[in-house]
Write a new protein. Structure first.
Length: 102
């Protein structure tokens, strides 16, 4: 399947994700109307959003500048396949410590 190029379709896709998520949350709350359900649903949504931000922004900008986010499957592959060498950030920190000490 080709990548979306039309900005209108990209916006439509985002709106459909938002509407689908909102509808799912509404139906869940209607099925189980309690503060506990609302709190846990809100927490799940917030944590999922923070993980997505971590996966695509934090890793690329603070951990590995060569990594380019292409979706959660690519992030999973990145995590599973990367070697145990120190990250660029760790290496830069070690280099700065060596300069200060030496």
């Amino acid at each position: 399947m080709a990548d979306l190029k039309d900005a209108r379709l990209i916006y439509l896709k985002g709106i459909l994700f938002l509407l689908s998520g909102g509808l799912a949350a509404l139906l869940l709350l209607l099925d189980h109307p309690s503060l506990k359900t609302a709190f846990l649903l809100g927490l799940a949504i917030w944590c999922s959003a923070r993980f997505y931000y971590f996966a695509f922004y934090v890793i690329e900008h603070y951990v590995d500048g060569e990594y380019r986010f292409a979706g959660l499957w690519s992030f999973a592959g990145y995590i599973l396949s990367r070697s145990r060498k120190p990250s660029n950030v760790t290496q830069q920190r070690d280099d700065l410590n060596d300069e200060v000490v030496g």
